[in-house]
Design a protein around this ligand. Structure first.
Ligand code: NAD
Length: 375
């Protein structure tokens, strides 16, 4: 039985003034995809394509609406002239990618007329982006071709660099100075971002505790960082008596169970949607924890993908050239942006998550003119 929400997405609880929500189906390939464009005040929306076997269509709608709105906030705060959008494809990514499948999704993206640019997300890969690019030019996250001035390629190390810069802002807020040398830091998840973050922190002389559900990455870390790194059980990593807890695995890790167990004075990491619920932002503030809102500290990846898209389509929105150096310098401004988030949170006595939302809203609601100065 169809409910009113199934028929009218504008009354969906997560709708939040989306500009466009479109469902695409293709009988020939079996494609079932939803593309959501939340806001394009600052530019075309850019956001990944998630491929997931959603049990119900409503789960897919909820996910795409929530994710595309998140991209509006992330890009605005990162100083990118991009809006927020996202796509979901319903199905098991290991089973549905028959020949022509990703290309038919590319045709759907093309039909959005440039209001949405796609990229990788959970379930989609660089190879998928190559397939999509056969049907549309509105795709980012393509491999480096050798002439990409170093702005193309894997965004994860760039995300790690942004988290590293963001942790310095957290240290300044908590201890009065940004130096991370000698700080005790627990990293949850030693994947693409967590491992690269450990490299930055180890170079700075931090003492690391790391956890992962896969033993091989931990062994590799122990070999590479020797006495600077300690292995911790995955179930205990958030409880350690350290200065900084860096969640770099899954979302919703900050919740009613874990927050009372956290001893770290700072939380900042790459994982998306770290707060299980909105109210956990205030709970962290009450505990005196300096929390770097996830989308503010992990925007290195979208910045990397954005620069790659601007470079490849020869649409440079900046006064500077699009090179690896200018991109990394852009990402390093996460430190400054987080500083502004903390100041606003202190001045208004609100959680840092709420402060980040307010700053991001101010930027994207005002439109492009205010953005470059805010970046
Ligand atoms: P990844 O899959 O490479 O790494 C995640 C790691 O976490 C894996 O090694 C996994 O084994 C480990 N893990 C899973 N469950 C765990 C648990 N319970 N305890 C400890 N470790 C666990 O992913 P990634 O690209 O490094 O991204 C990490 C997080 O950052 C994700 O939430 C992702 O959405 C987010 N993020 C990534 C980027 C990027 O550029 N890659 C950008 C923005 C946000």
């Amino acid at each position: 039985m169809l409910t009113r929400e199934d028929l009218d997405v504008s009354i969906h609880p997560s709708f939040d003034n989306h500009e466009k929500v479109v469902m695409f189906t293709d009988q020939a390939t079996g494609l079932r995809a939803i593309i959501a464009v939340h806001n394009t005040n600052l530019g075309s929306s850019l956001g990944g394509c998630r491929i997931y076997p959603y049990a119900e269509i409503n789960d897919a709608v909820t996910d795409v609406l929530r994710l595309s709105k998140g991209m509006t906030y992330k890009s605005a705060l990162a100083g990118l002239p991009l809006g927020g959008g996202k796509a979901v494809i319903i199905g098991n990514p290991r089973e549905i990618k028959k020949p022509g499948f990703m290309q038919s999704f590319g045709e759907a993206v093309e039909q959005m007329g440039g209001s949405y640019i796609t990229a990788e997300d959970v379930g989609s890969t660089e190879e998928d982006m190559i397939e999509i690019s056969k049907a549309t030019s509105y795709v980012a996250g393509l491999p480096e071709t050798g002439s990409g001035e170093g702005v193309a390629g894997n965004p994860s190390p760039v995300t790690a660099y942004g988290v590293y810069c963001g942790l310095k802002a957290c240290a300044r807020e908590k201890y009065g100075e940004p130096n991370l040398s000698g700080r005790k830091i627990a990293i949850q998840g030693m994947g693409a971002v967590g491992y690269a973050l450990a490299e930055y922190l180890a170079k700075d002389g931090a003492e690391l505790w790391v956890a992962d559900i896969h033993q091989d990455v931990l062994e590799r870390a122990q070999q590479q960082f020797s006495s600077q790194v300690h292995i911790a059980p995955a179930a205990e990593i958030h409880k350690l008596d350290v200065d900084i807890f860096a969640p770099c695995a899954l979302g919703a890790g900050l919740n009613d169970r874990t927050i009372p167990e956290i001893k770290a004075g700072i939380i900042g990491g790459a994982a998306n949607n770290q707060l299980a619920e909105r109210r956990h932002d205030a709970m962290l503030k009450e505990k005196g924890i300096v929390y770097a809102p996830d989308y503010a500290i992990n925007s290195g990846g979208i910045t990397s993908v954005g620069y790659e898209y601007f470079w490849r389509t020869a649409r440079n929105p900046y006064q500077h050239e699009l090179t690896r150096d200018t991109m990394m310098s852009h990402v390093s401004r996460i430190e400054e942006t987080l500083g502004r988030v903390f100041t606003l949170a202190d001045n208004k006595t609100i959680g840092t998550g709420e402060a980040a939302d307010q700053l991001a809203e101010e930027i994207f609601k005002a439109g492009p003119s205010t953005q470059t100065s805010a970046a």
